[in-house]
Design a protein around this ligand. Structure first.
Ligand code: NDP
Ligand code: VSD
Length: 327
């Protein structure tokens, strides 16, 4: 036999063995989380990505609740959702930093099938310049707020998932800055990386309750929040963020909702995001054997490409510093 042909056959056999073992071992097992007729609660549902998500969920026949601080913006969002879909969303006024307010909001809303923890603040600044008040505020809203939501929603969610036997979902809105640390985002990246630890641990704890955890990693997304952020974002932060491009809120919402429905653990939103997710797969749960295979095969290449990106970013930082010195 031709030795080259023999080697090719051997390679194919090894690859098939990998695929076959991943089909057997990929966990948690794949599931579908239906939306029609189910209760979807979106925190930060009055603006940007959260609003787009709530509207899409309503359009797919879900009962929707939106939670945020500002009642007027919530009511405007409710009216816009009604106009677009005919669905009357429930408005919940609460600050996620206040556990008592979150608990009573969830009592008012009733049992949830899909909890989307999407509220978030982003106040980019070099840590040396940033006040600890801003650091704490970022952690309180993005991380502690998410804990409060999950703690308040989980008992009733578990009961309902058990009674109905239909899979439920807890989705957390991270960011690509929750997969790679970025200049100006020390507080923000810390708060978003933390969500990953929370999500991985939580998935272990709730899998037997038929609850699937989903982590969403959007790039820069055109929202009222981003418009505010851009007024103060350091130039270098914007240069680095530009490597992943930008998206529209509705496109992110679509990706996110598809990820939730197919019970994916990690949901990247664009091509750069997919590469980033392969590079940072770590030990995260992976229900899809096909994606598990892509992760196994892509790991070293994506590490290499990631190092080139880091090279590029450090060059940009050096150049920017040199320019600042000359001026
Ligand atoms: N836009 C982007 O470029 C990206 C955004 N993300 C993440 O997506 C999520 C949504 O972002 P985006 O749509 O841009 O944000 P927006 O600023 O447009 O909207 C934020 C929403 O969160 C609510 N919110 C903020 N603070 C609190 C709080 N303390 N309690 C309750 N609700 C609160 C706001 O309402 P109110 O102020 O009335 O409380 C609003 O509904 C965030 O988690 C963000 O980190 C991730 C990657 C990129
Ligand atoms: C291995 C291949 C790597 C591929 C490229 C990776 C590029 C990463 C860029 C990170 C950008 C972070 C933007 C965060 C946006 C955000 O969260 C703020 N707008 C706040 O809302």
């Amino acid at each position: 036999m031709d030795p080259l042909f023999f080697l090719l056959c051997l390679l194919l056999l090894v690859l098939l063995a990998v695929v076959f073992s991943l089909i057997l071992f990929a966990r948690p097992r794949p599931a579908r989380v239906p939306l029609k007729g189910r209760h979807v609660l979106v925190s930060g549902g009055s603006s940007g990505i959260g609003f787009a998500l709530a509207r899409r969920a309503a359009a797919e026949g879900a009962r929707v609740s939106i939670l945020a601080r500002d009642q007027t913006r919530l009511e405007e969002a409710r009216d816009a959702i009604r106009l677009a879909t005919g669905v009357d969303a429930l408005v919940l006024v609460a600050d996620v930093r206040d556990p008592a307010a979150v608990t009573s909001a969830l009592e008012e809303a009733g049992p949830v099938d899909v909890l989307v923890c999407n509220q978030g603040v982003f106040l980019p600044l070099e840590l040396e310049q940033q006040s600890m008040e801003e650091v704490r505020f970022t952690m309180d809203v993005n991380l502690m707020g998410t804990f409060h939501l999950i703690k308040a929603a989980l008992p009733a969610m578990k009961r309902k998932a058990e009674e109905t036997g239909v899979p439920a979902s807890i989705a957390l809105m991270s960011s690509q800055a929750g997969q790679v640390g970025v200049y100006g985002y020390s507080a923000y990246s810390a708060s978003k990386f933390a969500l990953r630890g929370l999500a991985e641990a939580l998935q272990h704890e709730v899998i037997m309750d038929n609850i699937h955890v989903t982590l969403i990693f959007p790039p820069d997304t055109d929202t009222p929040g981003l418009a505010e952020e851009l007024k103060r974002r350091p130039e270098i932060t914007s240069i680095i963020a530009a490597s992943a491009g930008g998206m529209k809120a509705d496109d992110v919402a679509k990706k996110a909702l598809n990820g939730i429905k197919s019970a994916q653990f990690v949901v990247p939103c664009n091509i750069e995001g997919t590469m980033l997710s392969i590079a940072t797969a770590g030990l995260s749960p992976q229900p899809s054997f096909a994606w598990a295979f892509v992760e196994v095969m892509g790991a070293s290449l994506m590490r290499l490409i990631g190092l080139f990106f880091q090279w590029n970013w450090f060059c940009a930082i050096e150049k920017w510093h040199a320019k600042k010195k000359c001026a």
